[in-house]
Write a protein that binds this ligand. Structure first.
Ligand SMILES: NC(=O)CCC(=O)C(=O)O
Length: 268
């Protein structure tokens, strides 16, 4: 199964429409891949909070329209990264879109863990509540998470329990925490015996330099491919059988101790 991660640059000197056109043509160039992945909030920039309201859209808005055409033309499954979604009740969400090779909206995932502590998406956006997996017929079932979610292992364990074999994580990860990005991506792969495909942005938006360094890790924790800091397409071949063989040969997932009693003396 061939996968391509499109680590596109998100810089303030480019309009959202121009970036959409550029992303669409990059997707079209990936005909032959089965899965193409874009980063988190790439139309606007994950840290461009002041533009969130203005660039908010519905899950079938302009980003979906451009990406659905491109996915159909290329004949690929497209994880179109995430967009600022404005729901019917006016609440904003950081919402990832998965599009089928026929251009249908196959799944949406609202980011569960919002980043920003006392500002940014933590206060501007609603939190998702639902775990989302998507079976890609004939290949792998993907589990969806977005950027800051990477720090919360229980989410990924839930996705694996729901059948995920590859964990797909669009991100807008800052350069100053790049070591965490690489470490956490490998940890999620090893502990879940699953592929990790983590696609970040390049460039600098709202003054935040992006790490780039998109990464693909196999179920044993080996780094199969890693991008540099700039705009780049990372293409890698995955072997769907490797998930099963890793889990059979080293069956750590089966050794989980679920249902242990609570500690006798609860911590204060
Ligand atoms: N967009 C994000 O979720 C950023 C996450 C981040 O910077 C971090 O976890 O560190």
């Amino acid at each position: 199964m061939r996968a391509s991660l499109l680590q596109i640059a998100v810089d303030p000197d480019e309009t959202v429409d121009s970036r959409r056109r550029r992303a669409a043509s990059l997707v079209r160039e990936q005909a032959g891949s089965e899965l193409v992945v874009l980063p988190e909030l790439w139309p606007v920039g994950a840290f461009a909070y002041q533009q969130f309201e203005q660039e908010a859209e519905t899950p079938t808005g302009p980003t979906f329209e451009a990406m659905a055409e491109a996915a159909k033309d290329a004949g690929v499954w497209l994880h179109a990264g995430s967009v600022v979604e404005k729901a019917d009740d006016g609440v904003l969400y950081n919402t990832a879109l998965v599009i089928s090779p026929t251009g249908e909206l196959a799944a949406v995932y609202r980011k569960i863990h919002r980043f920003g502590f006392d500002k940014g998406e933590a206060v501007m956006m609603g939190a998702g509540e639902d775990l989302v997996t998507v079976p890609l017929p004939g290949t792998l079932t993907i589990g969806l998470a977005t950027c800051y979610d990477l720090r919360f292992p229980e989410l990924f364990r839930g996705l694996v329990d729901a059948g995920a074999q590859a964990l797909v994580i669009p991100a807008g990860w800052p350069a100053r925490r790049r070591e965490h990005w690489t470490l956490l991506a490998r940890a999620r792969a090893v502990e879940n015996q699953a592929y990790v495909l983590a696609c970040g942005t390049a460039g600098t938006h709202a003054g935040v330099e992006q790490a780039g360094h998109s990464i693909v890790v196999d179920p044993w924790g080996e780094v199969l491919a890693e991008a540099g800091p700039g705009e780049e397409v990372l293409t890698v071949d995955l072997d769907p059988a490797k998930v099963t063989t890793t889990r059979d040969v080293f069956p750590a997932l089966k050794d989980r101790r679920l249902g242990l009693p609570a500690p006798a003396t609860p911590r204060p």
